[in-house]
Design a protein around this ligand. Sequence first.
Ligand SMILES: [Zn+2]
Length: 681
Amino acid sequence: MNNPLLADWDTPYGLPPFDKVQPALFAPAFAQALPAHLAELDAIASSGETPDFDNTIAAFDRSGRLVSRLSLLFENLTSSETSPALQAVELELAPTLAGHRNAIYLHDKLFARIDVLHARRDALDLQPEQLRLLERIHLDFVRAGAKLPEAAKARYGQLMERMAELEARFAQNVLADEAAFALPLREKADFAGLPDYLVAAARNAAAQRGLPEGSHIITLSPSLAEPFLSFSSRRDLREALWRARVSRGAHPGEHDNRPIASELVSLRQEQARLHGYPSFAHYQLADRMAGTPDAVSALLEKVWEPAKAKAAVDREALTEMAKSLGEPVPIAAWDWRYLAEKVRQQRFSLDDAELKPYFRLENMIAAMFDCATRLFGIRFEERHSVPLHHPDARLWEVHDAAGKLIGLFIGDNFARPSKRSGAWMHVFRNQSGHGGGTLPIVINNNNFAKAQPTLLSFEDVRTLFHEFGHGLHGLLSLVNYERLSGTQVLQDFVELPSQLFEHWAQEEAVLQRFATHVTTGEPMPAALRERLKRARRFNQAWETVMYTGPALIDMALHSLPHGTQVDIAAFETEQQRILGIPEDIGQRHYLSHFQHLFGGPYYAAGYYVYMWAEVLDADGYDAFLEAGDPFHEETAKRLLRHVYSAGNTQDPTLAYRAFRGRDPRVEPMLAKRGLIAAPAH
Ligand SMILES: [Zn+2]
């Protein structure tokens, strides 16, 4: 019983006792916490009282806090600060944790009580949030197999356990391939075209991997790889890097993700069939705003051909540029970023290296906090000397306008080999108990290349704001029941708060105040801001093609009917041909490392959600533009009430309508991507 993971966490704010956490403590902690949770559920299920909202639904929502505290800590560590020891525990525990989930959702006696209440829900005289919770929990059970015939339940349980194991392995394999690769820069010629900040970041990356002083490497981390592909005039090195990136997870041997993905697709087909859906995509979409695969296709098809046509026009400009530089044509995928950067510089006399000194990480953190203050009245105060999971992570108290503590925010911004790539928000604790119950502990992870000082590209700035938008969704949550709090909304609604927040990163007033030069302290000149704005519309078609291709492949793959055996490599090649994915553009993600699809279940048949939410965010931001003020008070109030603080207490279609006063229109998204002419404001 002296396992510190199980003891009361009498730490500041109830944070995990990071200084006492050891990988070996997790298995024994779960071994006690999981049965304790099931005992709680047994007590609810076998209560002699007639089922009512409080003794069944609210009691279920309150149960298992010890397990969720442990699981959240475990998930955060395995993503942000893992180790071989922790990875071994992760693989060992994946089926156990999936098995626990099955034990909850396939608990017949418990579900019987929930089902009775659900059938009588209109007669129970519930508050809207209570009714929503009852419906949500009932649906969680149904979607996890509670209504399956007894014989099917055993098989369902096996499927879930096997899939959890495969997903954990898939993510670890990507990390292994990323950790194994480095492009060394040795000779002077290897540095051709690289801006100073990138050379500095390459030196830091080498130091981080323990290479001798003075070494430089480019890793597959986007904050190194993206600028390298944009600036390096060494075509051979660009090609080597591009190929290494594309082939992650596709090397024969112990880290090969192709058989794992193929098996996952088959198991998901079987899962969907047990539920009575024609495909896994149908099963997934049934619990999303979009509702059906057809609704998703209709949206993606609106952009696919127009984006390719627009990219073809850009390709001509890039080809001309290649010829003028004496580079070979036709251009290849490892040339596109490089040539686009050259065209961008020529047309808008703008390059990333000129912009970057204005985007110091520290200033951009101040900018995003300031936007949150102006919109929602909250304030951030940094707290030092509280131990966190890594020395680079930082902690802020979050206070409302009246000065009351409403949550904790952790920012973990730098890339390191022990962190998975990409950027994401997670929690160590969810909000619940409406204002005064449990305060949220939210974490944002980025993978910026650490330097002194750290300078960001404008894409990085957008990512920083994006994750902070998710962070605010968790921090501002003001609901009673944990299941409905924060970001636990439908998957194609969850990107609205994050993508919407990106818009403020591009606001004149924000750039004017916070984009100051790292050495001179001068604000970014108005002319440069204007060039940045115009240049940002350039090459949008390439972005759209890079994103939409994989979204279409995801839908095609997960729409296959039960019993279809798939070789994912062959399937992907076939789809590339059917869709006509331009070879010189390629895909943002390829199936062998597509973590959205195979690193977990949530974004499977769901890569489209970013574009779905973009319809909402582009239309939603227009509400501020129409009001004539990016911080318009009344609009911000409605946004807070119906989106950022509302969690899952309302149907998302109704929530959006309440904020906007009408349903969303698709045109602002199409205009933002340059696929139709922009409307005037
Ligand atoms: Zn997001």
